[in-house]
Write a protein that binds this ligand. Structure first.
Ligand SMILES: N=Nc1ccc(S(N)(=O)=O)cc1
Ligand SMILES: [Zn+2]
Length: 248
């Protein structure tokens, strides 16, 4: 029987290519980014997100990540500008994280691994639907946001925000500075259809918030808890690709 892909030794990133040949492609993600190798491109404009909080639908644990799904049946929550041509529709956001705060992100910046990496996945409606967009080099745009753990985890009095009115742009850091390069899904089938927009400034989360992520289980509720941690793919070969920076 085909072993479903995952992040364990028997079904992890080193073996994905056995069932998903694209995983050994020339434009795979994530990658290591070294500031000395990136090229500032002054022609890169700023990106803009206009998200409708009413588009947020559900949050789910699919055993591999925690995902929030949005209504993408029309141009309701869109990302435009930056390296993109046209408006890309927000479809879902999810995260990758580690078993401890010193690792968990997929992209690695100047040798730094962050505790987690949040991906906001958008697709280009000129390709009809998401499945069609996966087959196009300009089909998908993912905004990657790094998460670092606030050292002093002094808990501030948190307000309970109603979930259904969730505007994901609250997750954006102050700075719009970003790196961009062409790559792939970081999970099988690893299609090479993604324009990556990686925000330079990480956002801060508390130790409690990280603990909540690490408390998710890979297993359904009637099975023993199997902590959902370390759901990240290691960096892949850059193979001569240029990473551009929107900032000097
Ligand atoms: N719909 N499937 C996927 C969407 C985004 C990613 S990622 N991790 O590259 O943003 C992977 C799979
Ligand atoms: Zn992801």
């Amino acid at each position: 029987a085909q072993v479903v892909w995952g992040y364990d030794s028997d079904n992890g990133p080193e073996r994905w290519h056995e069932n998903y040949p694209l995983a050994k492609g020339d434009k795979q993600s994530p990658i290591e980014i070294n500031s000395k190798d990136v090229r500032h491109d002054s022609s890169l404009s700023s990106w803009h997100a206009s998200y409708d909080p009413g588009a947020a639908k559900t949050i789910l644990n699919n055993g591999r990540t925690c995902r929030v799904v949005f209504d993408d049946t029309f141009d309701r929550s869109v990302l435009r500008g930056g390296p993109l041509t046209g408006a890309y529709r927000l479809r879902q956001l999810h995260l990758h994280w580690g078993s401890s705060d010193d690792h968990g992100s997929e992209h690695v910046i100047d040798g730094v691994k962050y505790a987690a990496e949040l991906h906001m996945v958008h697709w280009n409606p000129k390709h009809g639907n998401f499945a069609g967009a996966l087959k196009q080099p300009d089909g998908v745009a993912v905004v990657g946001i790094f998460l670092k753990v606030k050292i002093d985890n002094i808990k501030t009095k948190g307000k309970e925000a109603p979930f259904q009115h969730f505007d994901p742009s609250i997750l954006f850091p102050k700075s719009r500075d970003y790196w961009t390069y062409h790559g792939s899904f970081t999970t099988p089938p690893c299609e090479e259809c993604i324009t990556w927009i990686l925000l330079r400034e990480p956002i801060e989360v508390s130790a409690d918030q990280m603990a909540k992520l690490r408390s998710l289980s890979k297993n359904p509720e009637n099975e023993p808890v199997n902590p959902l941690v370390d759901n990240w793919r290691p960096p892949q070969p850059v193979k001569g690709r240029i990473v551009r920076a929107s900032f000097k």
